[in-house]
Write a protein that binds this ligand. Structure first.
Ligand code: PAN
Ligand code: ZN
Length: 156
């Protein structure tokens, strides 16, 4: 959201925001891709560190996330304009139905947000749509903790 904060932070240090560890399986229907996503704590301006976010190229494929550590949110939306933001806490299982783009956001102050994920081998990743349009909702730090707001830079 905050381009100024982004550029000044980047000029100082190109720090690692998140890591993904995958057990690679053949990218075909019937297989499952699985692994761990680790989003580090931090913010750019008021906006918490997050993953790039994507739709699955085969839009009709679902995904399951299981939160192992840390606190955060899964920001989700469909191409039709529906939005949903679900909290992530250790022990929580989050099912992402087919057609829902998704991004995870770490709101812990010091801890990584660690999630296990599994999705169909033929799903593929479409990053371009989110790169161009953004997500409709953002998670930012408010006076009393995380707040979900409309993305002022969302391009419809
Ligand atoms: C996850 C994500 C992972 C990183 O494996 O790929 O959390 O997020 P980005 O892919 O948005 O950078 C997943 O949802 N796979 O489909
Ligand atoms: Zn996915």
């Amino acid at each position: 959201m905050d381009q100024e904060a982004y550029l000044s932070m980047l000029a100082e240090d190109d720090s690692l925001v998140y890591e993904v560890y995958e057990i690679k399986r053949p990218e075909v229907a019937g297989e499952l891709m699985l692994g761990l996503s680790v989003v580090h704590p931090g913010r750019i301006g008021r906006e918490y560190f997050m993953t790039k976010g994507h739709y699955h190229t085969v839009l009709d494929t679902a995904e399951v996330y299981y939160c192992l550590r840390g606190e955060g949110y899964m920001v989700m939306q469909t191409p039709d304009g529906d939005t949903s933001v679900e909290s992530l806490r250790p022990g929580k299982v989050l099912y992402i139905p087919p057609r829902w783009g998704h991004r995870s956001v770490c709101t812990s102050r010091q801890e990584d947000l660690v999630t296990f994920f599994a999705y169909p081998g033929n799903a593929g990743h479409d990053y371009g749509t989110i790169e161009q349009l953004g997500f409709r909702k953002l998670v930012v730090e408010g006076e009393n903790g995380p707040e979900i707001i409309d993305n002022p830079r969302y391009r419809s």
